[in-house]
Write a protein that binds this ligand. Structure first.
Ligand code: DP6
Length: 369
């Protein structure tokens, strides 16, 4: 017999970033972070997990290719889940698995991302959250989402935030064993449902510096990260929670952009410096000094950040927020559908989709689950 479970988990985009660990094995961060979970239709991982007495060892396939499950992170998640597994019974199929059986049984995992893997679009977040969630269902783990988030965290830090929809906070916690380093939902997906998220895929190439090694170098070499973690983020977290609660878009946009820029500043302050954004993301455009509509510039000279900054300054209140994770792809969050439609029109005008250069696709998603 074979017993299977399939689950789908969307990715999340941090608006107050996690960058830096105080414990690498348990994946414990040096600051709290806040994210928004995307609509599962657009950027998500679908994972099927199966168990059978015929399986001789744990195996996993990611996007059609077999990958090793021997890494410490996968093993930590599997160990945590196995130790919490319960009896499973499927009368129709005549299957009975006891809690004890899970120690010996092996699982097969098949996972697909519907977006570029490891290109700074938080693929590990969706992937590990989905792996933990589907295995927890298969193994009848009776823990709530916050406990599962602490398990997903041990697979990839940002994964813990993908177990909830809407706005999510990862509390860094204080305990050495990580038991209080969990994700909590700040507001559900209906709370601020006129927000629209546009992901401008500048490059689907794999990033050169993984988040894991990048943040390790930052913690070891940057002075700025200490100031960020101790002085800046704690205040920003309070302000961001307030902005989300009150659906205050100007405050939300200001904090989101500032935090993205500080995260990339911290990357530059690392030895050797880390560059995650490319020219399309941030190059200054010297002759772009009028309103959006009348200026025609070659698409590859127009930087997304200055585009948005100038548009926001031009309007009475900010219309769009930008944030970049560990890659050049822009995540643009707009106030409402009208602003999103305008933004998209402008993006398509200034960055016409190309086959192999610059911006080549757009993913539009509401923040729902
Ligand atoms: C820039 O969660 O991928 O996206 O914990 O080492 O797996 P590991 O790192 P990961 O880092 C994500 C960093 C970020 C910011 C964020 O999502 O908060």
């Amino acid at each position: 017999w074979v017993l299977t479970v399939t689950a789908q988990t969307p990715t999340n985009i941090a608006v107050i970033k996690y960058w830096g660990k105080r414990d690498e094995d348990l994946i414990l961060p040096i600051n709290d972070s806040i994210s928004v979970t995307l609509d599962p239709d657009h950027l998500c991982t679908t994972t099927s997990v199966a168990v059978s007495p015929a399986f001789t060892h744990d195996r996993m396939w990611l996007n059609g290719k077999e990958v090793s499950l021997s890494g410490g992170r996968y093993q930590n998640c599997l160990r945590e889940l196995r130790s919490r597994a319960s009896d499973v019974e499927d009368e129709e199929k005549g299957i009975k698995i006891t809690k004890k059986d899970w120690e010996k049984l092996h699982v097969h995992v098949v996972s697909y991302n519907n977006f570029p893997t490891a290109a700074g679009l938080a693929s590990s977040a969706a992937g590990l959250a989905c792996l933990v969630f589907s295995l927890a269902k298969l193994m009848n783990v009776k823990e709530d989402h916050s406990k599962l988030s602490a398990i997903a965290r041990q697979g990839s830090g940002s994964a813990c935030r993908s177990l909830y929809g809407g706005f999510v906070k990862w509390i860094m916690g204080k305990e050495e064993n990580g038991s209080d380093s969990i994700a909590v939902q700040l507001a559900d997906e209906k709370h601020w449902d006129d927000l629209v998220i546009i992901i401008a895929v500048v490059s689907s190439r794999q990033k050169e510096t993984s988040s894991t090694s990048g943040m390790r170098d930052t913690v070891e070499t940057s002075m700025l990260i200490k100031h960020r973690a101790k002085e800046v983020v704690p205040k920003r977290i309070i302000q961001m929670e307030e902005a989300i609660k009150n659906r205050d878009f100007p405050a939300f946009a200001r904090l989101t952009c500032a935090d993205s820029n500080q995260f990339h500043a911290v990357c530059l302050d690392t030895l050797p410096p880390i560059f995650y954004m490319n020219d399309t993301s941030h190059r200054q455009e010297p002759f772009f000094n009028s309103s959006f509509i009348n200026v025609i510039v070659p698409h590859f000279y127009l930087p997304i950040i200055s585009c948005v900054e100038k548009w926001n300054r031009h309007e009475e209140t900010p219309q769009v927020a930008y944030t970049f994770d560990a890659g050049p792809n822009a995540v643009l969050i707009s106030h409402n559908r009208k602003a999103a439609a305008l933004l998209l029109q402008r993006l398509l005008f200034y960055f016409p989709p190309q086959s192999d250069t610059d911006l080549n696709s757009y993913v539009i998603g509401d923040k729902t689950i």
